[in-house]
Design a protein around this ligand. Structure first.
Ligand SMILES: *[C@@H]1O[C@H](CO)[C@@H](O)[C@H](O)[C@H]1NC(C)=O
Ligand SMILES: *[C@@H]1O[C@H](CO)[C@@H](O)[C@H](O)[C@H]1NC(C)=O
Ligand SMILES: *[C@@H]1O[C@H](CO)[C@@H](O)[C@H](O)[C@H]1NC(C)=O
Ligand SMILES: *[C@@H]1O[C@H](CO)[C@@H](O)[C@H](O)[C@H]1NC(C)=O
Length: 438
């Protein structure tokens, strides 16, 4: 059962994709080189997580290419993959980084790159994930508080690497389980900021959560009806599924529910109910690429280090954390009146999609919640085409992205880019929030 649950948890972050491969645009110069110079990150290497430990977080920074602002004021996005235990190199090489991995283990330019107007910093978190180093298994955190402390040290160390970083507006973006890291770390930064002189604070201004696992119990309860109303199961199956939840053994019940729903529906994955085949190929491609000696060398990673896109040890360490709600952390961000919060979901995700998200969002305790719930859900277009829907009130914005599953930016690269750019820069439909600018 455990391995089955872990398998299910593993799909929390790993959605399969089949996409039509276009003719590969090989990076220029030397096509035999798997990792040409122009695809290297601006900076990469290791950041400490505690003064008393040699454990370290691997980072890769891709600096802004076309920001119109001076670098010292150009936003910096920090990307945190989910899992738990999945490398942010998925975000980098498959979702929002400037280069995308292909089937032939080469890189091609990503039209949806998020580093046009922003710097993007990918962190392999927690320690023991991807290229990050856990000097002993005991140092691997087992909960969100432990994660936040490590990330705080890593982020503040990063910001000291160059004086120009010091006051850049910081946005933390967490996908899936990374939504837990992003919201908890956001609160931790606010708490630390309150104890520090203004010159020492982290200039955190926003937290974005993509297809987030924020309150797993509430999210699961919506699944039978969600699956029923999109035609995947019948009424009798819906009732059977709804009876599963013995929430005193919640993690087990959660696994059983996902398993049964997958079994009844025959879907390849619950992370995109439009996909019928089981393709996790992009994870193999990333594993192959990151383990090439020249790639490690270029990234400043010891050649003896073996890259694993997803870590079973980390998943095991977080078993007790899976069902714990962090809704109060999102509330904390909103109540601070200092942080803008973006929630976005690919429409086809049955685990952390629009229905699962609305279920926890609408029950938040926050002074603006009634106005938010009653706010008009606006039609959102990108280049004249329907892209999804936007609902917002003051600092809270929710976006449903059409035609996408759990890894939304991989499915809708151009719309994902339009969304993040306009939300961060408060433009277009994202600039209309009543009396809320900072
Ligand atoms: C920056 O601008 C150049 C020239 O227009 C363009 O080729 C490049 O794709 C842009 N970079 C990003 C990340 O969008
Ligand atoms: C739910 O799980 C608890 C703990 O294992 C057990 O004591 C209880 O009998 C279970 N309830 C049902 C209805 O299965
Ligand atoms: C799925 O259904 C098949 C056929 O009914 C059954 O043998 C199998 O045990 C089921 N698996 C799960 C996880 O429920
Ligand atoms: C790489 O790791 C090996 C094994 O841990 C170690 O012996 C070696 O000194 C490391 N090399 C560098 C350059 O850090």
């Amino acid at each position: 059962m455990d391995s089955f649950i872990f398998f299910l948890i593993s799909i929390v972050i790993s959605l399969c994709f089949c996409f039509t491969l276009q003719a590969h645009v090989l990076p220029s110069s030397n096509s035999n080189n798997p990792f040409p110079e122009e695809a290297h990150p601006t900076k990469s290497g290791y950041l400490p997580v505690a003064t008393t430990s040699s454990s370290a977080i691997f980072y890769a920074l891709y600096e802004t290419q076309n920001s119109t602002l001076p670098l010292s004021r150009t936003p910096l996005l920090i990307w945190l993959q989910g899992g738990p235990g999945t490398s942010s190199m998925i975000g980098n090489l498959y979702e929002v980084g400037p280069w995308r991995i292909t089937e032939s283990i080469t890189l091609e330019p990503n039209p949806g790159a998020w580093n046009r107007f922003f710097g993007v910093l990918f962190l392999d978190n927690p320690i023991g994930t991807g290229f990050s180093i856990a000097s002993s298994p005991q140092e691997i955190p087992t909960n969100q508080e432990g994660i936040s402390k490590h990330l705080y040290v890593a982020i503040t160390t990063f910001l000291r690497l160059d004086p120009v970083y010091k006051h850049r507006p910081i946005y933390i973006v967490g996908q899936s389980y990374g939504g837990k890291y992003a919201s908890t770390t956001g609160n931790y930064i606010l708490k630390r900021n309150a104890q520090l002189h203004a010159s020492k604070r982290v200039n955190l201004v926003g937290v974005a959560i993509g297809n987030g696992i924020i309150e797993a119990v509430t999210q699961s309860r919506t699944q039978p009806a969600n699956a029923y109303y999109v035609g995947l199961i019948n009424e009798r199956q819906k009732i059977r599924l709804a009876q599963i939840g013995n929430w005193s053994e919640a993690t087990t019940a959660w696994g059983r529910l996902q398993g049964k729903l997958q079994n009844m529906s025959g879907l390849a994955t619950l992370y995109d109910y439009t996909r019928k085949d089981h393709l996790y190929h992009y994870q193999d491609w990333i594993n192959q690429f990151m383990n090439i000696a020249e790639v490690k060398k270029a990234l400043g990673v010891n050649e003896s280090q073996v890259f694993k896109v997803s870590s079973n040890d980390i998943r095991a360490a977080f078993r007790g954390d899976i069902m714990k709600s962090v809704k109060f952390r999102v509330e904390g961000l909103l109540r601070s009146n200092a942080i803008r919060v973006l929630l976005y979901q690919g429409q086809y995700d049955l685990i952390a999609g629009p229905v699962q998200t609305e279920a926890w969002v609408n029950t938040m305790k926050w002074e603006g919640i009634v106005e938010y719930v009653n706010a008009e859900r606006k039609i959102w277009k990108v280049n004249g085409e329907l892209a999804g829907y936007v609902q917002q009130w003051k600092s809270l914005t929710n976006v449903v992205v059409l035609g996408a599953g759990h890894l939304m930016p991989a499915d809708q690269p151009l719309n994902a880019k339009a969304m993040i750019e306009d939300w961060v820069l408060q433009k277009g439909i994202f600039g209309n929030s009543p009396s809320f600018k900072f």
